[in-house]
Ligand binder design. Structure first.
Ligand SMILES: *[C@@H]1O[C@H](CO)[C@@H](O)[C@H](O)[C@H]1NC(C)=O
Ligand SMILES: *[C@@H]1O[C@H](CO)[C@@H](O)[C@H](O)[C@H]1NC(C)=O
Ligand SMILES: *[C@@H]1O[C@H](CO)[C@@H](O)[C@H](O)[C@H]1NC(C)=O
Length: 443
């Protein structure tokens, strides 16, 4: 296995710095303990709302929803033991200056009767907000969670005076959902380590027998492993055999040939636990009998290096305050200036696999992404640095795409984006099975 081998090699030849250790499965605490941890994160986030509203120059944020027709932002506000909104669930938050001057604290109702509207109106009269954010954005999912019927009802019940003060301010829900409390990082790192450990074992001779195991077999092994660890996931793992022009997207066609010696393998893999999601893409090489890591074709090694360089250029260009589209252009300018080729499609991650915040490219949208790419990059978020380097491999007389993905978090002191767990710099290796019989003479 790659990383175990790694450490052994490191101690002998002490080559360039590698930050990763062999990943271990991280077991989750009992559910009651998980709920306590998650609710402490929730409280931190709810407490941040008045300052968030103040920062964006709005006075209030109103969310209202019914059971099974929740606002998208609800999922980032709920307690661990809430599985949906109940009846009609209505929340109102106020900006800091109204909290301080008029004691306008957060209020919530669970009430299916019209009484909620009378009470809400009293609160509005007492606090007198000049603007009330509602999540009605036409384009951004995380800012469009107010259902149309609910909006009509609010407008009808509150009347024109308050209806006039309703505003669409997408950055409010986007920043709320996208911002990750620092206290989450410890568990996120552990959950990420588990994701790496599953890839590490899945991409090894323990799971793959060349000539027999298919990519689908590895995918389902991964699903079962996730379940055995009491984790879940947010997408079906996708394992592929990379060839010329491989485009990652739809799952493998059933009945594809088994994995063979000399194959370059790819996985797109994520896990979910404690309300957090990960997203990782790694590469593996199937060693033919008699070959060692040093026998991997140089063109393939160079392809991974090119991918690593694209990762560095992406991280370095992720400047706070620039839009995703500006960042994308800067990255691609750097990539091309170095004579490299590839695509960048990096996205926020956290509460959702594809979370709230600006997009830095999308696959096949390398000139920018409308609306979502125009948002500014915010700090204190997590991003999935997702991309591929296009690299000609002479040994295969073909140009291959080297797909890589690793998650980063914002490091306040260093003012940079750092790997949550690490990044792949060497291939996972599927080693030929040892012919145990040969060694029996010793015993
Ligand atoms: C402020 O409002 C909260 C909630 O409505 C209430 O419990 C609290 O007593 C109020 N504090 C003051 C100082 O009025
Ligand atoms: C999964 O959960 C079950 C039931 O709570 C527990 O017995 C088991 O030890 C857990 N497994 C792991 C790997 O955490
Ligand atoms: C390499 O590939 C190109 C284009 O697919 C082909 O024209 C050429 O003959 C190949 N070269 C060798 C040595 O196979």
């Amino acid at each position: 296995m790659l990383l175990r081998k790694f450490i052994a090699i490191l101690s002998f030849f002490a080559p360039r710095v590698v930050s990763t250790k062999k990943p271990e499965y991280q077991h989750l605490p009992p559910l009651r303990e998980q709920a306590k941890i998650q609710d402490s994160w929730r409280q931190e986030r709810l407490d941040s709302v008045p300052a968030l509203l103040e920062k964006h120059g709005v006075d209030a944020w109103l969310l209202s929803q019914k059971e099974y027709a929740e606002d998208t932002a609800f999922w980032s506000m709920k307690q661990a033991v809430q599985f949906s909104a109940r009846r009609r669930t209505t929340y109102i938050f106020f900006a800091e200056h109204l909290v301080e001057s008029k004691n306008c604290t957060f209020q919530s109702w669970i009430d299916i009767t019209p009484a909620v509207w009378t009470e809400l109106e009293h609160v509005l009269e007492a606090c007198n907000p000049k603007s009330i954010v509602v999540d009605t954005d036409p384009q951004i999912a995380f800012a469009s969670g107010l259902h149309a019927g609910e909006r009509d009802l609010i407008v009808g019940q509150l009347g024109p005076y308050w209806a006039d003060k309703l505003v669409n301010k997408p950055i409010v829900p986007v920043e709320y959902i996208g911002t990750m409390p620092k206290s989450r990082l410890g568990w996120y790192r552990k959950i990420m380590e588990t994701a790496w450990a599953i890839i590490d074992e899945g991409f090894s001779e323990k799971v793959i027998t060349p000539g027999k195991t298919t990519t689908e077999d590895v995918e389902w092994w991964m699903r079962d492993k996730i379940q055995a660890l009491n984790y879940t996931t947010w997408f079906q793992p996708a394992v592929s055999i990379l060839g010329p022009q491989t485009v990652i997207g739809p799952p493998n066609t059933p009945g594809a040939r088994p994995i063979a010696y000399g194959d370059l393998l790819h996985v797109d893999f994520g896990v979910t636990a404690m309300g957090l999601n990960t997203d990782t893409q790694h590469l593996a090489y199937v060693l033919p009998p008699g070959d060692k890591e040093k026998d991997i074709p140089q063109g393939i090694i160079d392809g991974l290096k090119a991918g690593n360089r694209l990762q560095d250029l992406t991280r370095a260009n992720m400047k706070i305050g620039l839009s995703g589209n500006e960042i994308l252009k800067n990255i691609l300018d750097n990539v091309h200036a170095e004579g490299l080729e590839g695509q960048i499609y990096s996205h926020p991650i956290g509460d959702w696999g594809h979370a709230a915040g600006t997009l830095i490219g999308m696959a096949f949208l390398q000139d920018g992404v409308t609306v979502l790419g125009d948002l500014p990059l915010l700090k204190n978020m997590w991003y999935s640095v997702e991309l591929y380097a296009e690299h000609y491999v002479p040994e295969k007389n073909a140009t291959l795409n080297f797909f890589l993905e690793e998650d980063v978090y914002w490091h306040d002191e260093k003012e940079s984006w750092e790997w949550v767990y690490g990044r792949q710099e060497r291939f996972h290796l599927i080693k030929p099975k040892e012919k145990k019989g040969l060694f029996r003479i010793q015993g």
